[in-house]
Ligand binder design. Structure first.
Ligand code: GAR
Length: 224
C-alpha cells in the first residue's frame, strides 16, 4: 500500500517506532535527536524482555513493548503480531536499532519506504554479524556505519548515509566498535530527521532521494 500520509511538515512531528533487541544506545541517540528534529519516538519495541534499552525508553516516558519469539509458531506469525503492535502506535517511520531478527518479506513490504536500519559496517561490505571482528581479520584500514532503507535483502537495502572511521594499529573489536558507535549515534538521528522534514524519501526507482535528488552512492555526513 502506498503511504498516504500527508507531508510530515503538515502533519506535525513524525511518529517513530524504534525496534531494539538489546542495549539501546541508538534508541537513546534517536530520543536525544528529538530536540533537534520534528520527530517523536512513540514506542520502543524489543524482541527481548531483558533488553536494557526498554528502561531507557521508560525513563524518557516512551511506551516500551516486548514481543518475544517464544510465544509464536514461526517467523510469519511473529511478524504478523509485530505489525499489529507497531500499527497500534501509528508510526510514520519504523527505525530498526539493533533489532536482531530477520524480517519476513511481508513485514518489509508493509513498511516499504518507511523503515530504516543502521548497520555497523560500510555496506555492502560485511553484512550480518560480527562486523568489527571481520574488518580486523580482513586487515582493512577503514570501517564505519551505514543507514539504509530496509528491503527483504538482509542489510542490503538502498543506502542513505555512511560514516567512515579509521582502523587503528592497536584496535581490537571493542575499541573499533566504540569508534563506529559514535558515528552511528550521529548519522541515525540525521537520517530520521531528514525523513521527518520530508527531505528524504525512497524514490519510485528504488533509490533514496534527498531534496528530490536521487542518491547513487550513500552520503558522507562530513561532506555536507
Ligand atoms: C548497533 O551497533 C547496530 O548498528 C547493530 O547492533 C548494535 C545495537 O546497539 N545492528 C546490527 O548489527 C543490525 N544488522 P544498540 O542496541 O546500542 O543500539
Amino acid at each position: 500500500m502506498p503511504d498516504k500520509r500527508p507531508s510530515p511538515d503538515l502533519a506535525g512531528p513524525l511518529p517513530v517506532a524504534v525496534l531494539i533487541s538489546g542495549r539501546g544506545s541508538n534508541l537513546k541517540a534517536l530520543i536525544a535527536g528529538q530536540a533537534d528534529w520534528p520527530y517523536r519516538v512513540v514506542v520502543a519495541i524489543s524482541s527481548a524482555a531483558d533488553a536494557p534499552g526498554l528502561e531507557l525508553a521508560r525513563a524518557a516516558g516512551i511506551a516500551a513493548e516486548v514481543l518475544e519469539s517464544k510465544s509464536f509458531a514461526d517467523r510469519d506469525e511473529y511478524d504478523r503480531a509485530l505489525a499489529t503492535l507497531i500499527d497500534r502506535y501509528a508510526p510514520g517511520l519504523v527505525a530498526l536499532a539493533g533489532f536482531m531478527r530477520i524480517l519476513t518479506p511481508a513485514l518489509v513490504e508493509r513498511y516499504a519506504g518507511r523503515m530504516l536500519n543502521i548497520h555497523p559496517s560500510l555496506l555492502p561490505r560485511h553484512r550480518g554479524l560480527h562486523t568489527h571482528r571481520r574488518v580486523l581479520e580482513a586487515g582493512e584500514r577503514e570501517h564505519g556505519a551505514t543507514v539504509h532503507f530496509v528491503t527483504a535483502e538482509l542489510d542490503g537495502g538502498p543506502r542513505i548515509l555512511q560514516a567512515r572511521v579509521p582502523v587503528l594499529a592497536h584496535d581490537d573489536a571493542q575499541t573499533l566498535a566504540a569508534r563506529v558507535l559514535v558515528e552511528e549515534h550521529r548519522i541515525y538521528p540525521l537520517a530520521v530527521g531528514w525523513m521527518a522534514t520530508g527531505r528524504l524519501r525512497l524514490g519510485a526507482d528504488g533509490r533514496p532521494e534527498l531534496d528530490g535528488v536521487p542518491l547513487d552512492t550513500p552520503l558522507d555526513p562530513d561532506a555536507r
